[in-house]
Write a new protein. Structure first.
Length: 457
RNA sequence: GCUCCCUUCGUCUAGUGGCCUAGGACAUCGCCCUCUCACGGCGGUAACGCGGAUUCGAAUUCCGCAGGGAGCGCCA
């Protein structure tokens, strides 16, 4: 049974990079009919917050990445960590270190000055006496040999133990540290595949050494490259949205973000559009790219428009309604959302944009003096005729409206554009809208007549 | 500084020794369609970081170099 886990630390929102890692973990678990586990790594009490936990949970729900187990919280496993630390201590695989932070700092500076890699000098490693002073607990890392593992994405990776030092596994206040809790939890949770960001590559040999000291079987590792900003630098707030939920705010569909994220670093031939089912079928961690990828908003936009046009109507409608609500647009007295969506989907990249451009279907429009210059004297006759014919149309359909427009234009010897554009301005207050017949149809007879009258008086 | 990782069009990628005068997608440019904006259709510009080596033959293998990134915490 394959078991993967997503293990974020709740010190912020769910960002794009984390979401992609979670997606890869989730896809692999689903593909292998295994389990996807959510574990909150909250051992940093200073920075972990309940809000962050909620933001991460909300983000995962929105993306549709459901977990089979969890969320587990590391702060609830303290007894277990202490137990394992005791075990290590008893077996002489860990030791108490009484070095002060000051000494460590001086050591560090001296090493850096000598152009050496800063690391603990193992001063307390062979201490035989117990002291009263405060202490941390360090893991006795092997002093020679190499740690080698086969990364599913990068292939064989190896590290010399001489490059590693005796890392702290318990702080002076007794709180276990990251590299230790990860190992214990992955072991206890029987994680078979550790899929995580490649900023953890250098932690892996340390974790393997602890795992071995514990006699645990090693999981498979897959280190996915990070996501870069459009400038090739590490993705950060200055690149715009980095939080998953912020993409929702901006009017993106979860399907679009999923599809974009999965293709960022993974591919299946030349295919660009994938349904979730296809992803589960085709995805494999070993096909993930080794190189970091730059985030490209334009392509996300393109995918978003694709899913606005072809995605699950229920989801599209739900997000569209949410956007309208955020803008304070009340839709009860206007055209049905699905018809507006249908009319607008080909001309917007996001649902926020769709909402912003749909105001005139639901709210009164303002035609500025500037725009009134479009209503020339020669046009007035045609506008009057159009108003009257629309007012008496037997049935209010797009087709009938279209015919009416054609007739009025023909009678006045106007080209369609000459009539349509001023009408568009009169009805929408702007120069851009869906086809004029569709626009008239959706705005509705009463409002159309009102708006035309407004121009004609 | 040390260790580790990465390197195909502007961007995401296909490519695993001959099918590559390097394919697709986004973006961009031009044309067509057209009542606006779009959608769509057609076409164009555009890349194997550099240098060696192996080979009849290298984007694909090996070695250097350069550039970029990560890690080196009583953070995760």
């Amino acid at each position: 049974m394959i078991r993967t886990r997503f293990a974020p630390s709740p010190t912020g929102y769910l960002h794009i990079g984390g979401a992609r890692t979670a997606l890869y973990c989730w896809l692999y678990a689903r593909k292998m009919q295994g389990k996807f586990i959510l574990r909150i790594e909250d051992t940093d009490r200073e920075r972990s917050t309940a809000e962050s936990v909620q933001a991460i949970l909300d983000g995962l729900v929105w993306l549709g990445l459901d977990y089979d187990e969890g969320p587990y919280y590391q702060t609830q496993h303290m007894d277990r960590y202490r137990e394992v630390i005791h075990l290590l201590l008893e077996q002489g695989k860990a030791y108490r270190c009484y070095c002060t932070k000051e000494r460590l700092e001086k050591l560090r500076e001296a090493q850096l000055a000598r152009k050496e890699k800063p690391r603990y000098d193992a001063l307390c490693r062979n201490l035989t006496t117990t002291q009263e002073d405060s202490f941390v607990i360090r893991f006795k890392n092997p002093t020679d040999g190499i740690v080698e593992f086969n990364d599913l994405i990068r292939g064989k990776l190896s590290f010399a133990n001489t490059e590693l030092d005796d890392l702290i596994i318990a702080r002076s206040d007794g709180m276990p540290t990251y590299n230790f809790t990860v190992v214990v939890d992955d072991w206890d949770m029987k994680i078979t595949h550790v899929i995580r960001g490649d900023d953890h590559i250098n932690n892996t040999p340390r974790q393997i050494n602890i795992l071995r000291a514990l006699g645990a079987t090693l999981p498979h590792y897959a280190h996915v490259p990070m996501i870069l900003g459009s400038d090739g630098k590490r993705l950060s707030k200055r690149h715009g949205a980095v939080s998953v939920l912020q993409y929702r705010e901006e009017g993106f569909l979860p399907a679009a973000l999923i599809n974009y994220l999965v293709r960022l670093g993974w591919s299946h031939g030349n295919q660009e559009i994938f349904s979730i089912e296809e992803l589960i079928h085709y995805f494999d961690v070993t096909d993930i790219n080794r190189a970091p990828a730059a985030f490209n908003q334009e392509k996300l936009m393109w995918l978003n428009q694709h899913y606005i046009k072809t995605g699950d109507p229920a989801v599209v409608m739900k997000e569209f309604a949410w956007q309208l609500e955020k803008l304070g647009i009340y839709t009860a007295n206007g055209p049905p959302l699905n018809e507006v969506t249908h009319a607008q989907c080909e001309r917007v990249k996001t649902l926020r944009e769709m909402a912003e451009r749909s105001r005139y279907f639901y709210e009164e429009v303002i035609v500025t003096d500037d725009m009134r210059t479009h209503f020339t004297a020669e046009l007035m006759g045609a506008l009057v005729m159009l108003r009257d014919r629309l007012a008496h149309l037997a049935i209010w359909t797009k087709e009938m409206i279209h015919e009416t427009l054609m007739e009025v234009a023909k009678i006045h010897d106007f080209k369609m554009g000459k009539l349509a554009q001023p009408v568009r301005i009169a009805l929408t207050g702007g120069s851009v809208s869906p086809p004029i017949d569709v626009t008239i149809y959706l705005i509705g007879r009463k409002r159309v007549i009102e708006r035309l009258n407004h121009i004609l008086t």
